[in-house]
Design a protein around this ligand. Structure first.
Ligand code: NDP
Length: 307
């Protein structure tokens, strides 16, 4: 869609299918070299939403040919047991990616657990080493939701250089990495948060608006400039007309006729997040294979030199 005109829908299902088919092809190429990408998914506790997310991730992995290994632990699992498991997965050369489903039970220190994952296997991109790499513009494993938003934008707008992007929300998992990626793509970036003054006026400057707040339909047409491209990350469950519905942070009905393009909820960013997780897993597997091959050839070279 490189030149969105007016009221276009950005189809996250179609674009995620494209990403997944690229991942499938990359998995096949790696398997020909004897590498079978594998993702370990760790789920602690009984949170129903987490169970659904994990099931979807495992299904997508299977569809693309990635081997997935689930570790389901009871809610009362001690932190030390979880850290031991991560240590084993870090040390296992057959595992390329490790994902610990969040949130973790309250007695477990989330930061400690995420920092225990080998950064090379950190397919969620939450380890401080990957966060630091992202802010320095180095190629690293990038958080999946912002990476998915970038893919949607590239597919929709083509080049992003010079555009003014407004990110609403500054969380570690969405807002901040989103802003870093947009900056890397040469956008001018404004980050709006709960202490910003006149958020609607700031938002109206955006050629690109990324909404990642967690407040149903907070951003309506009066916050948006007519030519904006809008990516709605929000997933909010509300009761309306006696029904339970999922809605975004953007008031879709008022925004759609005004803006040039917008993601729906559901069917926008959600499917991209899982597709980018698969993409990160393949990327991790490829990088680990390259590092292993280089290490082996360096050893062989050293043996030849000393013999
Ligand atoms: P957080 O609650 O961690 O962060 C919300 C951010 O919104 C904060 O930075 C907060 O500002 C800001 N905010 C809150 N109220 C306002 C306001 N009135 N005006 C401006 N900014 C405000 O949420 P997440 O980033 O984790 O998630 C955001 C949304 O995205 C949620 O709906 C979540 O469900 C969804 N999500 C969707 C994913 C997907 O795959 N589609 C993946 C991840 C999240 P401050 O920092 O000042 O408090």
């Amino acid at each position: 869609m490189n030149n969105p005109v007016h009221g276009d829908l950005i189809d996250g299902k179609a674009i995620s299918a494209l990403v997944l088919s690229e991942v499938g092809a990359a998995v096949s190429a790696l398997r020909e070299q004897g590498v079978h990408p594998a993702l370990a998914v760790v789920l602690v506790g009984d949170d129903p939403a987490s169970h659904v997310y994990v099931r979807n991730k495992v299904l997508r992995a299977e569809e693309t040919g990635i081997r997935s290994i689930e570790h389901r632990l009871p809610a009362e699992t001690a932190q030390s047991v979880l850290l031991d498991l991560i240590g084993q997965l870090n040390a296992d050369p057959a595992i390329n990616g490790i994902l610990v489903q969040l949130p973790l039970p309250a007695h477990i220190d989330e930061t400690r657990v995420l920092e225990a994952i080998n950064p090379a296997k950190d397919v969620d991109g939450f380890h401080s080493s990957n966060v630091g790499g992202l802010s320095q513009g180095r190629a690293v494993l990038t958080p999946c939701t912002p990476a998915g938003c970038m893919r949607l934008l590239e597919q929709t707008c083509g080049t992003l250089a010079g555009k003014h992007a407004v990110v609403i929300g500054r969380s570690n998992i969405v807002g901040k990495p989103m802003a870093a990626l947009l900056l890397q793509a040469d956008c001018t970036v404004t980050v709006v948060h709960s202490r910003s003054i006149d958020a609607p006026a700031l938002c109206r400057q955006g050629d690109i608006v990324i909404a990642a707040v967690g407040r149903p339909r907070m951003i309506n047409a009066s916050w948006l400039k007519p030519s904006a491209v809008v990516i709605d990350v929000g997933i909010n469950r509300i009761e309306e007309d006696g029904k339970s519905r999922l809605v975004g942070d953007v008031d879709f009905a008022s925004a759609l006729p005004l803006v040039s393009a917008i993601t729906p909820v559901p069917g926008g960013v959600g499917p991209m997040t899982i597709a980018m997780l698969m993409s990160n897993t393949v990327r991790a597997a490829r990088q680990q294979h390259i590092s292993h091959t280089q290490a082996v050839s360096a050893t062989e070279q050293a043996c030849l030199t000393t013999s």
